[in-house]
Design a protein around this ligand. Structure first.
Ligand SMILES: [Zn+2]
Length: 571
């Protein structure tokens, strides 16, 4: 039994996430966590909301609520959406937790002891009317590159360039609109990433289980040279620049910058989880290699824009501390899910968001389509037509009909008892050979975290079951040879159980419905081993089964038309 720590990139607190965000880290991490648990491994799957920074402060201000209350409410919305999509987090934490604050302050303290922090004084935009500095998005103005008049302090939405707020032409406060602005000196803590260049390169080059893309992104950053970065900001919402309760002199009105504290929340959330369990030291065996984490495999899931951050920036903090922290072993990065090739946008009525999706159909429908079309090799477009085709064909026809047909037939002809009579023949030998080959391939796709391929192989196994029934024809044989029909029904019911077991990572709710209908006990729902001898005769003869209710309803053209009207489509 292995121990596997899984994290998915933290969703930002501001606003409900769309289906593309779900498909690009949280959902595949969940599928992988479920798969590993079903292999019998010890898994810890951690995620959290990323709550600090200017967007949260500004959104709270716009709603006229305190930022803490705003984050409380938004966290609950995201937690509920995750639960609705049956994301099996062991813990869904908050980067604003006291655990994360203490850890962040600890890291800053040891980094300073190692000579990796220093105070630097820089120019910053100051609003005289607001009586405060205006970092990042608190200041807007004209882009110095493209003359766009509503560029934000940290980035221009028109040309996409990253900006320093002091570069803006005609700056004004995003808080009050005031143009009564001046440039003042302010002092911040800088993390001396440049000093860690060689250590990080050595570590990146030694990684053996990263995909090529991740490694090349990290090396590109290293080739360009790591820049020293400010890890504090002139804000009030965030983690105080303090250590052991004592605020750093001159930093009374400053906090740690969100990019510094957010990834530390992977550890912070594990501490939150430990305390919830009533075992406050439990987190150490996942994160401290001197306390048992040396045998943990740590797997991170993220969008491609987050790779440099996870392979370079966060490791500077971890490795720079010279403490025995567990570092990432494997990582999986995704491209984007697009809405018909374009961006999701609430204001432009383009795309479905997590809460809306669940009002239309149960989570399994979305989970299946998003993973069967995972944005792995390239971006993947969500289309209503593709969604409808996948649900109707894969789920309703190939899986749903199979389960329905064979369980109902058993009920009507064999009193709902798994028949014992008859001996397997050619058709069963074909099915078994097919199954062994395909199961091996499926397990390999999962191990390689190739989710699109794993979904395709799962579907291929369901399709092979349908072909088996076409060959075996128990309903035809029943007329002349009840024993021959019994073999077909027995094999078919064993396939139903296997299909349910294999479906668990992707469509857990429907899978549970299938397995419950067959009365498969929890301990027998583990992933099968392709080398198992009696894959097609594992269920006890004579066991009672009952047909499940309809597993999936087909999506009608009228529904597609209605949803296209409401959420946008291809036109
Ligand atoms: Zn611009």
């Amino acid at each position: 039994m292995a121990r596997i720590l899984i994290t998915s990139a933290l969703p930002y607190i501001n606003g409900i996430k769309h289906l593309g965000n779900l498909a690009g880290s949280m959902l595949p991490a969940d599928v992988y966590a479920r798969f590993k648990r079903l292999q019998g491994h010890e898994v810890l799957y951690i995620c959290a909301t990323d709550e600090h920074g200017t967007p949260a402060e500004l959104a709270a201000q716009k709603d006229d609520v305190p930022v803490q209350a705003y984050c409380d409410e938004q966290h609950e919305i995201q937690r509920a959406a995750g639960e609705g999509f049956t994301l099996s987090y062991d813990h869904f934490g908050r980067s604003s937790s006291s655990q994360n604050a203490a850890l962040t302050q600890h890291f800053a303290h040891v980094l300073e002891e190692r000579g990796l922090l220093e105070e630097r004084t820089e120019k910053q935009v100051y609003s005289i009317d607001d009586g405060r500095f205006l970092p990042d998005r608190y200041v807007e103005g004209t882009c110095p590159h493209c003359d766009f008049e509503k560029a934000r302090g940290d980035q221009c939405d028109n040309c996409g360039r990253l900006l320093d707020p002091v570069e803006l032409k005609n700056p004004y406060s995003a808080v009050s609109g005031s143009t009564n602005i001046e440039i003042r000196d302010t002092t911040h803590l800088y993390l001396l990433q440049s000093k860690m260049q060689d250590d990080i390169r050595e570590w990146v080059e030694a990684s053996t289980e990263w995909p090529q893309l991740a490694k090349s992104i990290a090396l590109k950053w290293l080739d360009e040279g790591l820049q020293d970065r400010a890890i504090t900001r002139d804000l009030s919402w965030g983690i105080p620049v303090a250590y052991e309760g004592k605020v750093r002199e001159g930093f009374e009105d400053k906090v740690f910058y969100v990019w510094f504290d957010a990834p530390i929340e992977y550890i912070g959330a594990t501490q939150e989880y430990s305390e919830k369990l009533g075992k406050p030291e439990e987190w150490e065996r996942w994160w401290r290699t001197d306390k048992g984490a040396d045998d943990v495999t740590y797997v991170q899931f993220m969008g491609k824009d987050n790779v440099a951050f996870h392979t370079v920036s966060f490791p500077v903090t971890m490795i720079g501390s010279r403490e025995p922290w567990k570092l990432v072993d494997r990582l999986k990065a995704f491209n984007w899910v697009t809405w018909y090739g374009g961006k999701f946008s609430t204001s432009m009525n383009r795309g479905v968001f997590m809460d809306q999706a669940l009002e239309l159909l149960p989570a399994d429908y979305w989970r299946w389509y998003l993973m069967a079309n995972a944005p792995e090799g390239s971006d993947a477009a969500f289309t209503w037509e593709g969604f409808q085709a996948a649900v109707n064909s894969d789920l309703a026809n190939v899986l749903g009909n199979f389960v329905n047909r064979i369980t109902k037939y058993c009920k009507s002809k064999f009193d709902g008892q798994l028949p014992a009579a008859g001996a397997p023949g050619e058709d069963e030998a074909w099915m078994e050979a097919e199954l062994k080959t395909r199961l091996k391939t499926l397990m390999q796709h999962y191990e390689e975290m190739e989710f699109r391929k794993a979904a395709a192989e799962t579907r291929a196994i369901w399709a092979a079951g349908n072909e088996y029934l076409t060959r075996a024809e128990p309903w035809v044989k029943y007329k002349n040879d009840v024993d021959a029909a019994a073999v077909g029904v027995r094999t078919g019911l064993n396939l139903v159980a296997l299909f349910g077991i294999l479906a668990q990572p992707f469509i857990p709710t429907a899978a549970a419905k299938i397995l419950d209908a067959l009365g498969i006990p929890e301990e027998n729902r583990k992933m099968p081993n392709p080398d198992d001898e009696n894959l097609l005769d594992a269920l006890p003869h004579g066991m009672e089964i009952s047909p499940p209710d309809v597993l999936f309803s087909k999506i009608e053209d009228a529904q597609v038309a209605e949803w296209t009207e409401r959420f946008g489509g291809g036109q």
